[in-house]
Design a protein around this ligand. Sequence first.
Ligand code: NG6
Ligand code: CA
Length: 498
Amino acid sequence: MKVAGLFFSLFIFFAAYAQKGPNVIIICADDLGYGDLGCYGATKLQTPNIDRLAANGIRFTNGHCTSATCTPSRYAMLTGMYPWRKKGTGVLPGDAALIIPTNTGTLPSLFASAGYATGIVGKWHLGLGDSVAKNWNATIQKGPNDIGFGYSFIFPATADRVPTVFLENQQVVASDSSDPIQVSYQHPIGDEPTGRDHPELLKLHASPGQGHDGTIVNGIGRIGYMQGGRLARWTDEEMPLTFLEKAKTFISRHTQQPFFLCYNLTEPHVPRMPSTMFRGKSGLGLRGDAILQLDWSVGEILKELERLHLTQNTLVIFTSDNGPVLDDGYQDGAVTLLQGHKPGGPLRGGKYSLFEAGTRVPFIVSWPAQVKPGTSEALLCQVDWLASFAALLNKTLPAGVGADSQNQLPALLGRSATGRTSLVEHAGALAIISGKWKYIPANNIQPYYKLTDTETGGSTEPQLYDLQQDIGEINNLARKFPDVCASLQALLDASLRK
Ligand code: NG6
Ligand code: CA
């Protein structure tokens, strides 16, 4: 009997071990373009660590975020829903309320339900608390920990928005009751200098007409106003080290339990203020230096996985939340020191654009134990992670959860060369990709944003491009192929009704 019992225990042990899913780390850059990495064709910048990740995994050439800005893309990543279905999912101010309902299934709650330790480190930008008015000096009641993350170390919105503080498990780090934090996006508060009134105090000048002239923190004017929390405010130059340390600690604490980590880097979003060790290294100014810093952080995470013998069974995704922009509010040399570098690679447009550079982003999947290295042209979107990981974990999503998420696991793991048959792209208005075609219905968007130098894809004429022949979306074929336009319009209309 005893022997049988021992065999049974061993069987249970091995069965449990065999079922142990991979650790999953999603590394999401902020505003990194399709052409910003060596492995995607950049020659003026070296990104050896991400290139190595790509060489050991699959580099997707047709991988997308849903939207050409951060909040909607990240909403889609976590909920498996197209963000344009829901009001209030545009770029959020730093005091916004949480926009993801706490009673619905999400990507982190899926992993948690499969026994994973779940964590998020880095940018959040999905709102906190029940309402705009909230007490930043106490634990905030609604945030990442309420939608499935067991651990969170985040900043609330963007690096250029107040409050410029970190929150660990929804509590401001180093908060101080004798210097309480207040935040306003309506009017100046407190007696601290603003970028508008005291440009002489700035180490990074705001671009004319783009705001970024509220409260000065660390010599940089921000969007919005804050007072208090002086000890809690971050130093931009240290931010990558702080996030890296928190991410490494999360990983090293979970070597015995599978984990899911979102590591949301802030580079190369504005304000670009890389640490001293990367200053001047790229020769392309602060934006280039920030990309070197981002690549270094990825390398440090890969090293940590090696050190802990976790490389083989850790699935790492590297991607970006939207396309690139050069001048997004500060005069930091991104435009003047570009040296011919093409952040969007061969693609047209960029952040804020319906053209491909808005939403076609770096998209790399590595899982040494299971994924054969290569490249893939499969059409994929970050919105598909929810259903794909549900399939990987053998879980059924609750009814109504992740309605826009498709199980694309075979394509993600390189076992199928094809992915989606169509994808809706979003930047103010909507466009659709189906097969080789890209269709942008006539819209009322201003064709060109002068401040950010963005070709938006706005046009009162319909646009149709053959992405196979014309990835740069130069030759509008709408007049030549009215039937194709009509069928893509019908497909888009059907997606809207879904
Ligand atoms: C824009 C900001 C820009 C950036 C962006 C959000 C202005 C003029 N521009 O509104 O600087 O913060 O929002 O970027 O305010 S994102 O990557 O988080 O979507
Ligand atoms: Ca972004």
